[in-house]
Ligand binder design. Structure first.
Ligand SMILES: O=C(O)CCC(=O)C(=O)O
Length: 268
């Protein structure tokens, strides 16, 4: 379950910044694996891995066990379970990389409601708990300092009832600065940011010329939702049984073994 403070803040703003979500050793191993993925020539990568634009690295979570374990990171595992009413599914995951001087990737504001319609995604509170059927955990492996760029959010927009007019937030086009009324979230390496996909968000241009931004993008939904299948036989064969179980679609009534555990450790 979420703490009182987490529940209050996530409900109020639509996102949660978890400082120090990863222990130092866990972070160091994950960063090392992420750098290995980035540095491996495309022709030497196993099936299911690669990057079409040098920015999104497919299946980043599955490249190494030190990354795969972050799907179940204890600091946010209880939050994943609460948001899905104890019926979690890990839908898919990638790794987002901004190279210094790399692809200019300022990204416009967007959210599930604007892209797919208000019917597409649910956010509700019942019995003192939050339910959210489409959310992302961004696990940061490198620092973002104020002024660097990166993630922008419109706090509270997960509950928005009106279309966003072009006259606000510079029409949604993000370049170098967060428009007034939006927030540029600047996590440190080892922090995690959880957002509802109903939260209007986007990306500022990555400005540092000497540092990358590396973020694991982990997408979750209730076990009867999220579409797919997103896995192939070769990907499934790489993953631990716990991850395959969490990625599986399941009925409304089934209770996954993995969902009953307070701490999940990958067995292989
Ligand atoms: O660049 C970021 O931090 C946000 C990425 C994003 O907008 C998304 O994954 O939908």
């Amino acid at each position: 379950m979420m703490t009182e403070a987490q529940r209050y803040l996530f409900d109020l703003t639509g996102f949660l910044h978890l400082e120090g979500a990863l222990e130092e050793k866990v972070l160091a191993k994950a960063l090392d694996a992420a750098e290995r993925y980035i540095e491996t020539p495309a022709e030497d990568l196993p099936p299911d891995f690669g990057s079409r634009d040098g920015r999104i690295y497919d299946n980043g979570f599955a490249f190494d066990k030190s990354l795969e374990r972050l799907v179940f990171q204890p600091s946010y595992w209880p939050i994943i379970k609460e948001l899905t009413s104890g019926k979690p599914r890990f839908v898919r995951g990638s790794m987002l990389v901004n190279q210094p001087g790399g692809v200019v990737d300022a990204g416009s504001l967007h959210c599930a409601r604007e892209a797919y319609g208000w019917q597409s995604t649910r956010y509700e509170c019942r019995d003192g708990r939050i339910y959210c059927d489409d959310f992302v955990v961004f696990t940061y492996l490198t620092d973002v300092n104020p002024g660097d760029g990166g993630l922008v959010v419109v706090p509270g927009s997960h509950k928005c009832n009106f279309d966003r007019p072009d006259s606000v937030f510079d029409g949604g086009d993000l370049e170098d600065d967060a428009p007034p009324g939006t927030i540029n979230v600047t996590p440190r390496a080892g922090d995690a940011v959880i957002i509802s996909e109903l939260l209007t968000h986007g990306t500022l241009r990555w400005k540092p010329t000497d540092r990358k931004r590396i973020v694991l993008v982990l997408r979750y939904a209730p076990q009867y939702s999220g579409g797919g299948p997103w896995t192939t036989d070769t990907l499934k064969a790489r993953l631990s049984p716990e991850t395959n179980e969490l990625m599986a679609l399941a009925s409304f009534t089934e209770v996954k073994d993995v969902a009953q555990r307070e701490v999940v450790t990958l067995t292989v």
